[in-house]
Write a protein that binds this ligand. Structure first.
Ligand code: ATP
Length: 402
């Protein structure tokens, strides 16, 4: 439909970027990036209106996002060379051809386009050797200033290496090393660097990506004291295993795996590591809370959990209560003892869902006046339940009366 609309408007339309790359690799990718040689926003508005979708436009960049009723998301951009920013907030993007638009992109494999309408319908546009590089499994920049223009591209390169098992081309590798020497990454905002780290640590095997960052001497831009050590490697391996276990258990639950990796990184830093990371990167409130669960180190929690004599289930609950799943997975991965691992796993899978049989209503009918006491009584009851002191409802009543 987009192609037909573009035909009627007589505007050349292309699908570009990751979607074309994945199509040629035979990998599913439902994120469609469209580029129009013409007014991208006006095009997006018309297309959204015809398809009953919603549209959100960014005038300054000449881009728009369309969300169709079935949930499909389309990014629409105006073919352009650069962003120009004038104080007058007027649309100031210079319209230009698809070739120039593709030239601004990060790597040749991401600079491919397919024409969706008109005479060249279905043709692959490959100005920079993207198809050859896909075949050679090479990540190559389009020009020698690419990493200077945008240093996050080095991190993106590592991400694509990790995901596809590709490697940096020879010249691109040299340019990446030069960028590291120039320490261009110090100037990157916490926001952009965090976005890249999140993306890398959301890949299927972030461990090899992080190792590659270490090879390129990039870990120090996450934290000056971060380096690749056998301890970090072992921990990342344990995180991988624990995440696999978690995912098998809770196929339907969404876990921010990247955050678990971030916690592993924090765990190998000196004591102030978490505080430093919280200062450098703009974590959301929930993310920060999760990370802070480990402030003072996971070893503090682990020490509490490995107390002798062994903790009762209610004691474990008291220590772990309120912790996000990401923190629990991180603690499990960091635990050197199987016994502690089992405690956290029991908490995650069973104990934290435990509730007493009796409810507030029952307490009322037993003649206890409503008030804050209810919370205390019900928690005690739950604890007794967890620790096997009461089983039946009658035993619960007896426990309360006592
Ligand atoms: P993914 O599968 O991870 O989404 P993607 O290639 O689609 O990969 P996006 O971050 O969604 O990655 O970016 C879409 C396209 O925009 C890329 O294919 C690339 O052409 C371009 N792009 C993204 N980030 C940059 C950048 N920092 N510099 C230049 N081009 C970029």
């Amino acid at each position: 439909e987009a192609g037909q609309l573009a035909d009627r408007l007589d505007l050349p339309l292309y699908v570009v970027g990751g979607c074309v790359r994945d199509l040629l690799l035979g990998i599913e990718n439902l994120d469609l990036d469209l580029v129009v040689e013409g007014d991208g926003i006006a095009f997006a508005r018309k297309l959204a209106a015809e398809q009953l979708g919603r549209v959100k436009a960014h005038d300054r960049f000449g881009t728009a996002v369309i969300v169709l009723p079935d949930g499909l998301k389309l990014d629409v951009a105006t073919a352009r060379t650069e962003y120009y920013e004038y104080p007058t907030a007027l649309p100031t993007v210079e319209q230009s051809s698809i070739k120039k638009d593709l030239y601004r992109r990060d790597f040749t494999i991401n600079a491919l386009a397919v024409r969706l309408n008109g005479r060249g319908f279905g043709e692959v546009l490959d100005f920079y050797g993207g198809q050859r590089d896909l075949k050679n499994q090479a990540i190559r920049v389009l020009h020698s200033l690419s990493f200077v223009e945008d240093p996050t591209r080095v991190f993106r390169a590592v991400r694509f290496e990790t995901r596809f098992g590709f490697h940096l081309g020879k010249d691109t590798l040299a340019l990446a090393k030069a960028a590291v020497k120039m320490a261009l990454f110090q100037k990157l905002s916490g926001h952009r660097l965090l976005e890249e780290l999140k993306a890398l640590c959301s890949e299927r095997e972030p461990k090899s990506g992080l190792k590659r960052l270490a090879e390129l001497d990039l870990l120090r831009f996450i934290h000056p004291k971060l380096s690749w050590t056998p301890r970090l490697e072992k921990l990342l391996f344990a995180v991988e295993e624990t995440l696999d276990w978690y995912r098998l258990l809770y196929l339907d639950r969404k876990l921010e795996a990247w955050l678990v990796y971030m916690m592993a990184i924090a765990a190998v830093l000196p004591d102030r590591g978490v505080t430093d990371l919280l200062k450098r990167f703009p974590f959301s409130e929930r993310e920060a809370t999760t990370l802070k669960a480990l402030r003072g180190g996971a070893h503090r929690l682990l020490r509490q959990l490995s107390k002798q004599p062994p903790l009762k289930p209610s004691g474990v609950c008291r220590i772990l209560e309120g912790a996000q799943d990401e923190a629990l997975v991180a603690i499990m991965a960091q635990s050197p003892s199987d016994r502690v691992k089992r405690l956290v796993s029991a908490y995650l899978t069973a104990w934290r869902q435990a509730v007493p049989r009796l409810t507030g209503k029952d307490l009322q009918s037993m003649g206890i006046k409503p008030g804050p006491i209810y919370g205390t009584v019900l928690t005690q009851l739950r604890d007794a339940h967890l620790d096997g002191l009461v089983k039946t409802e009658a035993e619960e009543r007896a426990f309360i009366e006592k």
